[in-house]
Structure formats: C-alpha cells, structure tokens
Design a protein around this ligand. Structure first.
Ligand code: ZN
Length: 183
C-alpha cells in the first residue's frame, strides 16, 4: 500500500467511528487528499471546504505512518467540527479552531487532542535554536529567536501569532528550546 492509500485507509476508518457518534454525517466522506510542500505546516483544511485535506508531502515522505496517524485525524476533526458544529468565534471574532468541540471529536476518534503534528524542517546545515510555542490544540510552533522575542513582548493572553490557516490562535511558550540543523 502506498502512502496515499494509507491516508485514505485512515480517513475511512475514522469516518466509520465518527458516523456512530454523529449519524448526521453522510455514509461516504468524499474527502480527497491533496499535497503541498516547502512549509512548516503539517496539514490544513480550508474554511467551508469539506472535501479536501491538504498534507505536507515532505513530512509525509520523511515521517510516513507516524505523520498520517497525527495529521489525518487532526484535519478530519476540523472538517467534521465545521459540519456538525458550524463555525465558532471568540469575542474578538477570531475563529476557534482547537476548541472544546474539536477536542471532543478528536477523542471520539480515539485520538489525543494534545498530540502535535509539527515536525522540524531542518534542511539547512546551520545549527539554530528554536523556541517551542504551543497552542490550545496542542500544536507546536517552533519560533526563531527573533520571533520568540516578539511573542514574549505580547501581553499574556494576547500572544497571537498570525499564521496562514491558523488565524489568531493563542500560543504560549512551553519553555522548551530545540536545537536543529548541523551535520
Ligand atoms: Zn488544527
């Protein structure tokens, strides 16, 4: 079985589980896997699009089944959350992406909502330090020293860091520092 087939097998299995809990879901999920590259994001779905999950093909190639186990259920939960619960917003009209309803769906699939789906992208030979921030969905975001300092200057609770497809998620510093790169 190739990696794309493994992704679909994961989707089918999780969809069957979710239909037991949410009978309003159609029998067939109809979701397609698409790929992107050259990004630190593991995967994403688009708001209002229930037909496509985009996956980072670099991470898939490097991490295989482990990446599929983490990322496919995570993104599927975003789609099902939108179908079942609609959009949720904070008081300041930011999308709630990894809130209680998303976490409940992750648990319904037997997945730990705290598990991250971030991977290092350390192609360059230079050694550098990355400061690991985490959002309420348990996704890790390693930041360069410059961005880390910028985040620290934000008021507590206002540490927003805007990222494509992760609009205004609240992050906190985990206290962990990664060293990446080198020979
Ligand atoms: Zn997410």
């Amino acid at each position: 079985m190739n990696q794309t087939q493994q992704c679909y097998q994961m989707l089918d299995a999780k969809w069957r589980l979710l239909r037991l809990k949410y009978p309003e879901l159609p029998e067939q999920h109809g979701i397609r896997i698409e790929y992107f590259a050259n990004s630190r994001k593991g995967g994403y779905v688009k708001q209002g699009n229930f037909e496509t999950i985009w996956l980072n093909s670099d991470f898939l190639n490097h991490h295989g089944q482990d990446f599929i186990d983490r990322t496919v259920p995570h993104e599927l939960a975003h789609i099902v959350d939108q179908i079942v619960n609609g959009m949720a917003y904070t008081r300041t009209m930011r999308r709630v992406l990894h809130g209680p309803s998303w976490r409940a769906i992750m648990r319904d699939m037997g997945c730990d909502p705290k598990r991250c789906h971030s991977y290092d992208q350390s192609a360059s030979g230079r050694i550098k330090q990355l400061f690991v921030w985490e959002n309420e969905g348990g996704e890790l975001m390693p930041l360069t020293p410059i961005r880390h300092k910028r985040m620290l200057k934000c008021k507590p609770g206002r540490g927003y860091y805007r990222r494509e497809h992760q609009h205004g998620t609240v992050y906190h510093f985990t206290g962990r520092v990664q060293t990446v790169g080198g020979a």
